[in-house]
Design a protein around this ligand. Structure first.
Ligand code: SAH
Ligand code: SF4
Ligand code: F3S
Length: 462
C-alpha cells in the first residue's frame, strides 16, 4: 500500500484534535465546486472531520468549520468563491471561533492565494490539491499557532492510501484510479493545478472496491482525468481495459462506470471490454471539444475529426445501445464560422445523448491565453446559442429511444418535486422517475419506460 507512514501520522493529528475539541460543539460545512475529483476529495475531508468528531451542519450559519473545495477550470468558478467569501466575513465577525478553510484547484494558483491573503485575511487555512491528506495536521497547526496557515505544494509523487472517507450515497461511490494529467490541452489549467499523472496500484484500487462492496456499494465510478492512459507509468504496467475487467469481477459490484476518456488513447481492446463485460455500463463520456481538425490541433488534442468519428462508429457497432455524451468548447482562439460549422456537423453526425457546452474561458498561464485572435464575445454567444439548440434537440430525440421497454433502474433518491416518486438511472445513465417505495433506493429494479420527457423518462415498476 502507498503512503502508509503518512496515514499513521495523520491519524495522530486526528487524535490530538479529538482531545482539543472534546466537550465543545462542532459541526462542519463543505462546499464543493468542480468535477468528480473534487467531489471525491470532499468525501475524504468529511471522513477526516467526522473522525475528529465533527457532525455535518445543515448550513454555513450552523457550522464551526467551513471548507470551500474550489475549482478553477473556468473563470466564473473563481468569481463564485470570492462572492461567497465576501459573505463569510460578517459571519466570522459574529463568531470568532469559526474556522474557514480553502482548498482545491484554485488554491494551486499563487495569484489567487495572494488575493486571499490580502483581501480575505479572516481565512484560517489554505491548502492545495497535492496535500489533501493533511487536513487534520493543518487544523491542528491553526489551533496551536496564530494566523492563517498556508500550505500549498507545487507537485507530488505521493499517493496516500487508507484515510477515512464518508460517502454521499450508501450504494454508489467514486473511486480514484489516477491523479493529475499529462495532456496539456492548450486551453486547460488542470495539468498545472493537479500535477503530473500518477496511477494507483491495481491492488489498492481493487481492495478499496472490495471493501466498498462489503459495505453495500453496487455501483462504482472509476475516476481520472484521462482514464484511458491508466497504468502506463506503473512499475508493472496495467491497461485500463484490464483494470476494468478486474473491477467488474468484484462480487457485489453490479455497475461499473468511468470518467473521463480521452479519444487519443482509446483502444480497440477497451471497446471490446465494454462489449464483453456485462457489468460495465453502456455509457461513454468522450469529450470532443471541437469538430474542426484545425482547432483540435491548436487545442493540442492529438486527434482529428475523422479519428473521432471512427471511434464513435466502432463504439456504436460493438455496443449498439451505448449512450454517448461529450464536452464541447465554443470560441476557442482563432475559431472561425467554418470551424464552428464543423463542430455543428459533428453534433449532427454523432448524435450525442447529451453534451456539456462551454464558452471558452481564458486561463492565465495556458498556451491558449496568449494566442492571437481571441473571438469577440458576441460572436461566441451567438455560436453557443446555436450549438445548444442543436445539442438539446438531438439529445431529446436520442433519449426517447427506449420508450416502451422494460429496463433495469437503480433508484438513487426520493424525487425532489413529488415524494411519491423515486429518481434513478438506467445503465446508460439516463434519469428515470417512477412511483415507488423509498425502500427500493439502492437496489436495481425493472421499470417499464412509459414516456420520454426530453432528457428523462417517466416509468412504472414492471
Ligand atoms: N479531463 C477531462 C475534462 C476536464 S475539464 C477531459 O479531457 O475531457 C472538463 C471540461 O471543461 C473539458 O472537457 C472542457 O470541455 C472544459 N474546459 C476545460 N478548460 C476550459 C476552458 N479554459 N474554457 C472552457 N471550457 C474548458
Ligand atoms: Fe484538461 Fe486536456 Fe487534461 Fe482533460 S485531458 S484535464 S481537458 S489537459
Ligand atoms: Fe475544476 Fe479541478 Fe476538477 S479545476 S474541473 S475541480 S480538476
Amino acid at each position: 500500500m502507498q503512503g502508509t507512514e503518512e496515514a499513521v501520522l495523520q491519524k495522530e493529528y486526528i487524535e490530538k484534535l479529538r482531545a482539543l475539541y472534546k466537550g465543545k460543539p462542532h459541526a462542519y460545512f463543505i462546499e464543493t465546486l468542480g468535477c468528480q475529483m473534487n467531489a471525491k476529495d470532499s468525501e475524504k475531508f468529511a471522513g477526516i472531520l467526522q473522525e475528529i468528531g465533527f457532525t455535518e451542519a445543515a448550513s454555513e450559519r450552523d457550522a464551526d468549520f467551513i471548507l470551500y473545495n474550489t475549482c478553477t477550470v473556468r473563470e466564473n468558478a473563481n468569481q463564485r468563491i470570492y462572492g461567497r467569501l465576501g459573505q463569510l466575513k460578517n459571519l466570522k465577525a459574529g463568531k470568532p471561533g469559526l474556522r474557514i478553510a480553502l482548498c482545491g484547484c484554485m488554491m494551486q494558483e499563487p495569484d489567487e492565494v495572494d488575493t486571499v491573503r490580502r483581501k480575505y485575511p479572516f481565512v484560517d487555512i489554505v491548502f492545495g490539491t497535492h496535500n489533501i491528506f493533511k487536513l487534520a495536521e493543518l487544523m491542528y497547526r491553526r489551533e496551536t499557532g496564530d494566523g492563517m496557515v498556508i500550505d500549498v505544494w507545487e507537485g507530488t509523487d505521493e499517493i496516500v492510501e487508507d484515510l477515512p472517507a464518508v460517502r454521499k450515497y450508501p450504494f454508489k461511490s467514486g473511486v480514484n484510479i489516477m491523479y493529475g494529467c499529462n495532456n496539456f490541452c492548450s486551453y486547460c489549467i488542470v495539468p498545472y493545478v493537479r500535477g503530473r499523472e500518477r496511477s494507483r496500484l491495481p491492488e489498492d484500487i481493487l481492495s478499496e472496491i472490495r471493501m466498498l462492496s462489503e459495505d453495500g456499494v453496487k455501483e462504482v465510478m472509476l475516476l481520472g482525468q484521462n482514464v484511458n492512459s491508466y497504468g502506463k507509468t506503473l512499475e508493472v504496467p496495467v491497461s485500463f481495459s484490464e483494470l476494468l475487467r478486474r473491477v467488474a469481477e468484484v462480487p457485489g459490484i453490479e455497475r461499473v462506470r468511468f470518467m473521463t476518456s480521452h479519444p487519443k488513447d482509446l483502444s480497440d481492446e477497451l471497446i471490446r471490454t465494454i462489449a464483453e463485460t456485462p457489468r460495465v455500463c453502456h455509457h461513454f463520456h468522450l469529450p470532443l471539444q471541437s469538430g474542426s481538425t484545425r482547432i483540435l490541433e491548436r487545442m493540442n488534442r492529438r486527434y482529428t475529426r475523422e479519428k473521432y468519428l471512427e471511434i464513435t462508429e466502432k463504439l456504436r457497432e460493438a455496443v449498439p445501445d451505448i449512450s454517448l455524451t461529450t464536452d464541447i468548447i465554443v470560441g476557442f482562439p482563432g475559431e472561425t464560422e467554418e470551424d464552428f460549422l464543423d463542430t455543428l456537423d459533428m453534433v449532427e453526425r454523432v448524435r450525442f445523448d447529451s453534451a456539456f457546452t462551454f464558452i471558452y474561458s481564458k486561463r492565465t498561464g495556458t498556451p491558449a491565453a496568449s494566442m492571437p485572435d481571441q473571438v469577440p464575445e458576441d460572436v461566441v454567444k451567438d455560436r453557443f446559442d446555436r450549438l445548444l439548440a442543436r445539442v438539446q434537440a438531438i439529445g431529446q430525440e436520442m433519449s426517447g429511444r427506449d420508450v416502451g421497454k422494460v429496463l433495469p433502474v437503480l433508484p438513487e433518491e426520493i424525487n425532489r418535486q413529488d415524494s411519491s416518486m423515486l429518481t434513478g438511472r438506467l445503465d446508460n445513465n439516463t434519469v428515470v422517475h417512477f412511483p415507488g417505495d423509498p425502500k427500493l433506493i439502492g437496489s436495481i429494479v425493472p421499470v417499464l419506460l412509459t414516456e420520454s420527457r426530453g432528457f428523462y423518462y417517466i416509468g412504472r415498476q414492471a
